[in-house]
Design a protein around this ligand. Structure first.
Ligand SMILES: [Zn+2]
Length: 138
């Protein structure tokens, strides 16, 4: 169980909901901007290129935002389940300061650091990270 108290949960829920509606608004606005531009016709091919560039930027933005939105939705459902604030990897409490900075985080600082290190290692050696020592104990 998480040691997160009710008032903290309420605070994080609000933070997450605010961030979510902010993101949804942004996505909505960008969609409107792009489709608005697309409806116009361009005689100048340079203008057309600018539109293409905007589209690429928009798609990249959308991909990133979509992932973030999914994370926030997941965090919100974890609040409902009562598991919010627990590290997904080791089950210990995530530091409050860390949650305040990144309310949608799923890992405690140790696990996040380890995950980063594994990523770097596998990149360095060009291989996937092997089984963790804990897996060998099972
Ligand atoms: Zn952890």
């Amino acid at each position: 169980m998480t040691s997160m108290n009710k008032s903290n949960l309420k605070k994080f829920k609000k933070m997450l909901q605010d961030r979510l509606s902010e993101l949804l608004n942004e996505v909505d606005q960008t969609t409107k901007d792009i489709s608005g531009t697309e409806r116009e016709t361009f005689a100048d091919p340079t203008d057309q290129a600018v539109v293409e560039l905007d589209r690429t930027r928009y798609l990249r933005f959308k991909d990133r935002e979509r992932k973030l939105i999914r994370k926030i939705e997941k965090a919100l459902s974890r609040i409902e389940e009562g598991t919010y604030g627990e590290c997904e990897a080791c089950g210990s409490d995530i530091e409050l300061a860390r949650l305040e900075a990144r309310p949608m985080t799923e890992l405690c600082i140790d696990c996040a650091t380890e995950a980063e290190g594994e990523k770097k290692k596998s990149k360095l050696y060009g291989t996937e990270a092997g089984p963790s020592p804990a897996a060998n104990l099972l």
